[in-house]
Ligand binder design. Structure first.
Ligand code: PEP
Length: 252
């Protein structure tokens, strides 16, 4: 039985004080939730302070990205060990905004995934097609390539979480239908089965991301291969984030 995850990606929002306030409110609001896993990914500058706030709670800290080198002359970058040092458990890798604005390639994603696992961070690996790719009918080849290249050389996948995030659904209010999402999630699980075998693949959490709200998550989470959500906009307000968590938790 796969345990659900709801991960909030705060992107480049919230200063330290705002991040602390949001983390406190989420922590307080979660006292009634007894199952599942909640992850929050503040900006780098707020990681340490938020980590202190959520210590001892059921919330795990995540970073939104990392470099794949241990240290060195990489101005502006953050190493995996630095993330561990401030209490990160997870790290989001290959988010479509990293791919689009910072030109990250599948090979970069692969180097980061391998390094995260090596150092003991759990990568949340993002894959997903653009609008144009969906219209062209190449969704599966794009997602398949991102997944296979992103995981190339990764022998043990237990600590990996996959997030299927159609790019056309991110921040647009245009959520995938449950059937569209399930079709790709089923495809992803099939690839994982080919790579890692059935019983391993059956344990890997595959999250959906893209304009998730408390009003649409119920139908998405009802799908067999959807194990939770990676949430952007709706993770920035305590009520909407907790609302999503409550819907998922009540259905499991
Ligand atoms: C995201 O950035 O990963 C995301 C899913 O954003 P949103 O929920 O705002 O679409």
């Amino acid at each position: 039985m796969r345990e659900w995850i709801v991960a909030g990606n705060w992107k480049m929002h919230n200063n330290v004080a705002e991040s602390i306030a949001l983390a406190k409110a989420i922590r307080e609001g979660l006292t009634a939730i007894k199952n599942g896993e909640v992850v929050i990914a503040p900006t780098f500058t707020a990681l340490f302070s938020v980590g202190e706030i959520i210590k001892g709670s059921r919330i795990s800290l995540a970073a939104q990205d990392m470099h794949y080198e241990d240290k060195g002359a990489f101005t502006g970058e953050i190493s995996p060990a630095m993330l561990k040092d401030v209490g990160c458990i997870y790290v989001i890798i290959g988010h479509s905004e990293r791919r689009k604005y910072f030109h990250e390639q599948d090979n970069d994603v692969n180097l980061k995934v391998k390094k995260a696992l090596m150092i003991g961070l759990k990568p949340i690996v993002c894959v997903g097609e653009t609008d144009e790719e969906r219209v062209k009918g190449v969704t599966q080849s794009v997602v398949g390539r991102q997944l296979k290249e992103g995981l190339s050389g990764v022998e043990k996948i237990d600590n990996v979480v996959i997030a299927y995030e159609p790019v056309w659904a991110i921040g647009t209010g245009k959520v995938a239908t449950p059937e569209q999402a399930q079709e790709v999630h089923f495809f992803i699980r099939g690839i994982l089965k080919n790579l890692y075998g059935g019983s391993t693949a059956d344990d890997i959490r595959v999250l959906y991301g893209g304009s998730v709200t408390k009003d649409n998550i119920g139908d998405l989470i009802a799908m067999k291969d959807i194990d939770g959500a990676l949430v952007g906009g709706a993770s920035l307000k305590v009520d909407s984030f907790l609302g999503i968590i409550k819907v998922i938790s009540s259905k499991q």
